[in-house]
Design a protein around this ligand. Sequence first.
Ligand code: ZN
Ligand code: ZN
Length: 275
Amino acid sequence: MVNHQTHKRIHEATMAHNPINEPLFTQSRHNSTWLSEKIVSFAQRRGDKLTHIQQKALIWFRTESIFNLGPADEHRKDEDVMGAYKTLFDRLFFFGSLRPHVKCVMQKPKGAEEHLMGRTDQDKSYQLKWSYPFHEKRMEACITLFRTKTKNRPERFKEYLATMLHEMIHAFLDIWGCRSEGCYNVWQRQGVKGHGHAWQDAALAIELAVADKSMLGIDLDLGRQKSLAVDIVYERRSVPEEEELRRWGMNQGEVDKIGKIVKDQHIITQVMGSR
Ligand SMILES: [Zn+2]
Ligand SMILES: [Zn+2]
């Protein structure tokens, strides 16, 4: 592991005015809590507070028929629709920072994958970068969406979109979050691999923004509560404080209940997520 380097921060004004194709973040150099705070802050913007990139993305969403999820557009390939939404979400919520780093593929599930909705694989060779300091390797992540059996078009896309957003948050924290041992294994891990504070805060803000009629007006379930319950049961994470649960619209009783169901049904693989 490398020596720890100071976490990089960027002013919000700089972030808001960064041109779409200009790199903004540095791989593995940001505090995951800070990254999450920035997602939340920008996902809460509305009206004239939206950045130029967000405003343009919204106009694109309102004027392009590729974004229609109704049955009339069944002739479109699912891949094409998801590709457009991936770019839209990247511009609205991830500062356009995922575009060259994250690809998304749709696959028929094999074997145990039948129970999985999606997952994020992070380029395993990223360590090359540390072994050969002069060999700058671009960190990449691949999101796999497993094809669902859901026939109803709007329902099918709601599943895909929720899974893709869930995974995009993982990918964002994966790529830009600090990978130094202490950060990664202790608090950082709460956001990078699991569904701790960094992931939860970001997921809630994005879910609310997507549902907001002035934004996209699509109700999506990113699996926040279920993913937390799985982390508590299977990864032996401590239960967050009541106040934090309240902030996420959850409570101890419900999390326990879902935890029991998760345990009884052994549905560890039935939840979305990179594990
Ligand atoms: Zn760090
Ligand atoms: Zn997950």
